[in-house]
Write a protein that binds this ligand. Structure first.
Ligand SMILES: [Zn+2]
Length: 510
């Protein structure tokens, strides 16, 4: 994660209460809003005009007046998750109400998975599925996720919340174009190609992995093989040092870049890892100072998966530390898929045997590492394809569509009786968003291959790597469009060839 501005990030760490921070924010925001509203952009240079546009966009987005205000999900009151036909079929306002309510039911369900006397959140349950050696126990835990699935899809009847929602979103996609096509267009990808790209990545998985069918409760366990094999090599106490060592070897010293880490468990802390600006980079006597990027995550154990996550977040941190632009452009780039993918440019090396040998002193075979690496990607892509197909044919049975996709491409036994697809909030909160993860994975494989071609291998470090990446990619922020930055770096339009070639390295695995 990295793009998401998590609510509550600005808690009272320095003793200032949230209420006071909101008051200060409002008093600073009001005069700024007035000044920006009254400015005539017609008299400005093109660059200044874009800067003004960026400031106005920020004011209406991340800096909107309501930011930090308590919202419905903070109220503590349990949402009503009982089927209510009155909410349905009221056009756009019905869609919005149903969306908000279903999402509230989902967020409440993901925090309350009941398993053998314990209450688990969704991420913890999925993580446990990757470690449980007992197959029956995995099966039982998987079925305990049923409360999450039901929060979205009830018993899969035609009147389930999701099935009603997708009818309404499909109508919007037909009328206004799909958000997936729009995302493709922004990145200069032919929208007509998008579905074919999704299928081609899934097909690379299908043809590069063993064809025996597995049960859905074994999917995370199989993907977790690398983590289990190398878990002893990454004790909790070494996470931060291993992370810092790799980035130092890449020329990105996290202490020199003032990256701050908040990694300890804490009551009420979000289970989701993310990175954001603290202080932003700024010029002091003509020299850029890196600001203070903040990384938030929660680690109770070590392990390769947690190390990978920390490397990913640090990838975001060193990216934003290198954004050197006038304040109006000093922000995350304008494209979520690209921005999110940048967290992975360096982190993905952790799945390579040479990296593991160098930093952990032991390794697993390439094919096994790649399976772990791509299991998450292809599942995201399966969801993206699922959404495309559901929105094309909203009367279809989602359990069946999901079973068709996952059995054909991922070798997962279909279970039309289980709505096990219904555990991604984006499906409700932001239909079409899952395609961003797919596009992000495609872009980042392309960028990694190109970086290697232009600058050389960086698996076990390269002290000039960070300067190279900063100069060519990281430094732009909002000063240039993501599409320009990517296609200039590649020297051509985005293509799925790099990810397909990388995935084919899984062949011949055992
Ligand atoms: Zn991220």
């Amino acid at each position: 994660m990295g793009v998401t501005r998590a609510r509550g990030a600005t808690s009272d760490t320095d003793g200032t209460s949230l209420t006071e921070l909101r008051r200060q924010f409002a008093s600073i925001r009001a005069p700024l809003a007035n000044a920006l509203a009254s400015r005539d952009s017609g008299s400005l240079s093109p660059e200044d005009r874009r800067a003004l546009g960026a400031m106005r966009a920020a004011l209406g987005g991340d800096l909107r007046a309501s930011i930090g205000a308590p919202d419905a999900s903070d109220s503590g009151a349990a949402p009503s998750c009982v089927y209510d036909p009155a909410v349905i079929a009221q056009g756009d306002s019905g869609y919005e109400r149903l969306r908000v309510r279903t999402y509230a039911c989902y967020t409440s369900a993901v925090q309350g998975v009941q398993f053998e006397g314990r209450t688990l959140d969704r991420l913890t349950a999925l993580e446990m599925l990757s470690r449980m050696n007992d197959r029956d126990e995995r099966h039982r835990l998987f079925l305990a996720l049923d409360t999450i699935w039901r929060s979205m899809n009830g018993d899969d009847a035609a009147r389930s919340s999701y099935r009603q929602l997708v009818k309404l979103s499909a109508a919007q996609w037909r009328a206004n174009g799909s958000p997936v096509d729009e995302e493709a267009r922004v990145l200069r990808i032919d929208p007509g190609q998008m579905e074919q790209w999704l299928v081609s990545v899934l097909d690379a998985w299908r043809s590069s992995t063993p064809s025996e069918m597995i049960e859905p409760w074994d999917w995370h366990y199989q993907a977790g093989a690398v983590g289990r094999a190398l878990s002893d090599r990454v004790p909790l106490d070494d996470l931060a040092a291993l992370n810092a060592r790799y980035f130092r070897d890449l020329g990105a010293d996290v202490s020199a870049l003032h990256v701050h880490y908040d990694l300890a468990p804490r009551v009420g802390k979000t289970p989701v890892a993310f990175t954001d600006f603290g202080d932003r980079p700024h010029l002091v006597n003509g020299t850029w100072q890196p600001g203070e990027p903040w990384v938030f995550a929660t680690y109770r154990v070590g392990g390769l998966d947690n190390l990978y996550e920390l490397l990913h977040e640090t990838g975001h941190a060193v990216h934003i530390a290198a954004i050197h632009q006038r304040p109006a452009f000093l922000d995350w780039p304008d494209n979520d898929a690209f921005t999110e993918g940048l967290g992975d440019v360096a982190a993905l090396e952790a799945y390579e045997p040479r990296w593991q040998m160098h930093y952990l002193g032991d390794s697993v075979p390439t094919a096994m590492g790649l399976r772990a690496r791509y299991a998450g990607v292809v599942l995201d892509i399966a969801w993206a394809l699922f959404e495309v197909r559901m929105n094309r044919d909203p009367s279809a049975d989602p359990n069946r569509i999901w079973g068709d996709i996952t059995s054909r491409y991922l070798h997962i036994t279909p279970h039309p009786e289980l709505s096990w697809w219904a555990m991604r909030g984006q499906l409700i909160d932001s239909p079409g968003y899952m395609a961003n993860y797919a596009i992000g994975a495609i872009i980042i494989a392309d960028i990694r291959a190109r970086a290697r071609e232009l600058h050389g291998d960086f698996t076990t470090g390269d002290s000039t790597w960070y300067a190279f990446m900063s100069d060519r990619i990281y430094r732009f922020g909002l000063a240039r469009s993501s599409a320009d930055v990517i296609t200039d770096f590649l020297g051509r339009p985005i293509s799925p060839n790099a990810i397909l070639a990388d995935m084919r390295r899984m062949r011949g695995a055992r």
